[in-house]
Design a protein around this ligand. Sequence first.
Ligand SMILES: NC(=O)c1ccc[n+]([C@@H]2O[C@H](COP(=O)([O-])OP(=O)(O)OC[C@H]3O[C@@H](n4cnc5c(N)ncnc54)[C@H](OP(=O)(O)O)[C@@H]3O)[C@@H](O)[C@H]2O)c1
Length: 331
Amino acid sequence: MDKIIRWGILGCGHIASKFATDLLLIQDAKLVAVGSRNQEKADAFGAEYGAEHRHGSYEALAADPSVDVIYIATPHNLHQEATLLCLQHGKAVLCEKPFALNARQAKAMIAVAREKKIFLMEALWSKFLPQYDKLQELIREGKLGTIKSVLVNFGFRPLQPVNPRLYDPALGGGTIMDIGIYNAFLALSVLGKPQVIQATMTPAGTGVDEQCAVLFQYPDGAMAQLFSSFTTDLATEADICGTAGRLRLTTRFFDTQASLEWFPGRMDTRELIEVLASEGFGYHYEARHVNDCLRKGLTESPIMSFADTLLLIETLDAIRKAAGIQYPADE
Ligand SMILES: NC(=O)c1ccc[n+]([C@@H]2O[C@H](COP(=O)([O-])OP(=O)(O)OC[C@H]3O[C@@H](n4cnc5c(N)ncnc54)[C@H](OP(=O)(O)O)[C@@H]3O)[C@@H](O)[C@H]2O)c1
């Protein structure tokens, strides 16, 4: 592998811009190519972020020999198709969350990566942030005691004009796949796979969930309560509560803006836990990890493994089944 890992971005939308900005923070990474369904869009995006090769189709990007790894930044419904396209052309892949629309798609993607021995990872970026490492460290050290309850909420009212992908069933719309995934990821990270999953939702006009309430139950009595909404601006915070105290991830618990607060007793005592300051939007942590994996010749991430991705998508499938959220791709 060359000294510089050469990146491509597939789909020049909202998150692709943030990712491209953060790639500039990594010395041994360079955005060399972008692919869009539209040549003019690829040209503009490539010019803005310094990508030399600007392709008017995803196929041309996947076939570009100057690229080592491709970041897939399309709506959820295209994650499987785009990942398979890139793997077929021998490109390593970092695929946005949710990895796929359901576990069946995810398994098919992983099977091809395994068969071809090519690196593939879900871009679950929160898992690579400093506050997540700190949280895991505190849990390992036993600071919280036995964890009994996890309460997470994530809600915002989409800005106008509303991005159609948020509500379109064909694009994997609804809160669960877009933001509820972060709630589920956090509960799974802390408590593991639940024994029972219950969920209920309020349907939007298109049938996908505009609000969803989820409950996980565990054999030792632990519970997680997760809430996601496109109809209200929620605190977007998380509380992880154990027999020795409560840890709070403050607003935007899933990204670099969150702080960690420790409540050892009742409400009156609070301590701020120091966490390494984050740079950028926070996407360079996962990108740097991909670089490391590629240099080591790994085909699977030791941090966001295939087992982690499958547990997450199987949990989302179970939530959707319980709440009655269906996509055409499930048929
Ligand atoms: N990690 C995070 O923090 C984070 C944040 C937001 C979103 N995401 C994930 O990133 C993915 C993309 O989200 P986004 O907000 O960036 O989406 P977006 O801006 O609406 O769309 C991304 C790009 O996908 C391409 N595309 C292909 N087919 C499309 C279709 N039928 N409709 C619309 N666009 C289509 C378009 O690129 P071209 O026109 O260039 O082909 C579009 O610009 C989603 O899976 C989402 O879950 C992650």
